[in-house]
Each structure stands twice: as structure tokens, then as C-alpha cells.
Design a protein. Structure first.
Length: 83
């Protein structure tokens, strides 16, 4: 079983039609976000698809914050050493 939960509603593929896909997933243990470009190293997106990816990343970020808050007992704010 994977620790990652992908955005199953995000169905974005390369604008050139080569089958490359984008995946946005939240690590359910740590709250980190994984952005994957599947099958290649780059993807070309139509503007509407780029916006959908951005929205998916924003939703994943909020989900990740909730996970971190849940795993940080006694605090209302997550502890983020990177900030």
C-alpha cells in the first residue's frame, strides 16, 4: 500500500498527444506533496490544464497542512523547519 494519495480527478495529459501525464499526490504520513510527470521529463500543457494542475497542487498543500497539524500534538500550527 502506498503512503501517497493521488488526486484522482486530475486527468491532465501532454498537449502534444504523446500520453505523458501529470500526477499530484499527498504523502499521508508526512504531508509532503509529490508532483510527478509520468513517462517523461517534461510535459506541455494547455493553459486550462496548467490551471487545473495549479488547483490540484493548492488542494494537496492544504491537505498536507492538515496532516502535519494532526501529527504535531499540542500545537495549532505545523512545525516547518524549512520556513
Amino acid at each position: 500500500m502506498s503512503a501517497y494519495s493521488s488526486d484522482l480527478d486530475l486527468k491532465v495529459t501532454d498537449a502534444t498527444g504523446n500520453g505523458v501525464e501529470v500526477d499530484v499526490a499527498t504523502n499521508l504520513l508526512t504531508g509532503t506533496i509529490r508532483l510527478s510527470v509520468l513517462w517523461t521529463q517534461e510535459i506541455h500543457l494547455h493553459p486550462d490544464d496548467a490551471e487545473r494542475v495549479a488547483q490540484s497542487l493548492l488542494q494537496a498543500a492544504e491537505h498536507g497542512r492538515r496532516i502535519v497539524r494532526t501529527h504535531t500534538p499540542g500545537t495549532d500550527q505545523p512545525t516547518d523547519p524549512g520556513r
